[in-house]
Design a protein around this ligand. Structure first.
Ligand code: ZN
Ligand code: ZN
Length: 171
């Protein structure tokens, strides 16, 4: 089965090995993809352990449990650091954080919340802690509620497919 992170790689060779702690993500983008996978599978332990200790609050675990319980994740689009399709990278200037020179990944994640369809676009920052990449924080660049979408309408993820043949199937 191809990984739900959109990498076009088998799940077992992509995010699932990281979320099951059988392997360690070697790059910020691999970690970011695996965190999307973990959101979609409510793997909140992994979401906590892959979060930088310096920005990990005591409420984080419960917030993640609550958030995963009410969301259904449909699609991930990586805008920068996308090895599969660099020409699609419209956000090349997102690559590095200019202030602290931390690696960043710019992505859009499409999801359902209370039967309405959303996209959140974020610029995430990553640091190394204890020899592993971890998510430090993120700047929200865009957050759109598309509302309830007609099944025959074009999918908002710009795939060119009808909604019913695209992200709707992930509900
Ligand atoms: Zn993956
Ligand atoms: Zn779609």
């Amino acid at each position: 089965m191809l990984c739900i992170c959109g990498s076009k790689i088998e799940s077992k060779n992509c995010c699932s090995q990281f979320v099951s702690n059988d392997a360690i993500a070697q790059t910020p983008v691999a970690l970011m993809r695996s965190r999307y996978f973990a959101f979609a599978h409510s793997a909140t332990d992994y979401l906590v352990s892959s979060h930088a200790q310096s920005t990990r609050t005591s409420a984080l675990a419960q917030e993640l449990v609550d958030w995963c319980a009410v969301t259904h994740w449909a699609k991930l689009v990586v805008h920068s650091f996308d090895e599969q399709n660099l020409s699609d990278s419209l956000e090349k200037n997102c690559f590095t954080d200019t202030q602290e020179q931390l690696p960043t990944v710019c992505f859009s994640a499409y999801y359902f919340y209370q039967n309405e369809f959303y996209v959140m676009k974020e610029l995430s920052r990553f640091i190394v802690e204890q020899g592993q990449w971890r998510y430090l924080d993120g700047e929200s660049l865009e957050h759109i509620n598309f509302g309830k979408i007609g099944l025959n309408k074009p999918c908002p993820c710009k795939s060119g497919n009808k909604f019913k043949r695209c992200c709707y199937k992930a509900r």
